[in-house]
Design a protein around this ligand. Structure first.
Ligand SMILES: [Fe+2]
Ligand SMILES: [Fe+2]
Length: 135
């Protein structure tokens, strides 16, 4: 799999969130590179841990914005964040049990998640937020 390049389309125009999305994309690309190099799972898995760590922080930031603006889609959005954490945790376990084939499945899931999360799910709340946040 090729790395994903950051592009303007990913911007949701809230600086703090865009910065976090960039960091998450960088970590994702490190995972892809590590899988492509066929590194030991231990090495890749520490990058996946870092992804989960940053995702937690990022989700908390987003949820704060959504609460502040009383975004009606908040409960659904929180569920989507939890689903991500659950799915990555499950895939991590599967990779440990079933080996390298599952690593490919994991990066395919992460790539699809990134596009969905930023371009679809996050854009929705971004459109709802007050313009004051977008400077
Ligand atoms: Fe996000
Ligand atoms: Fe989100």
């Amino acid at each position: 799999m090729q790395p994903i390049k950051w592009n303007e389309e990913f911007k949701i125009d809230i600086k703090e969130i865009d910065e976090q999305h960039k960091v998450i994309l960088e970590i994702f690309n490190q995972i892809v590179a590590s899988v492509e190099k066929k590194n030991e799972w231990q090495a890749t898995s520490s990058i996946v841990d870092s992804l989960i760590h940053h995702a937690y922080r990022h989700f908390a930031t987003e949820e704060r914005y959504m609460i502040k603006h009383q975004y009606p889609g908040l409960p659904v959005h929180i569920d989507q964040h939890l689903d991500f954490i659950k799915k990555v945790t499950m895939l991590t376990q599967e990779v440990k049990e079933k080996g390298p084939d599952k690593q490919k499945e994991m990066i395919a899931y992460l790539a699809k998640w990134y596009y969905d999360h930023v371009l679809v799910i996050d854009k929705k709340y971004s459109h709802y937020l007050d313009i004051e946040e977008k400077r």
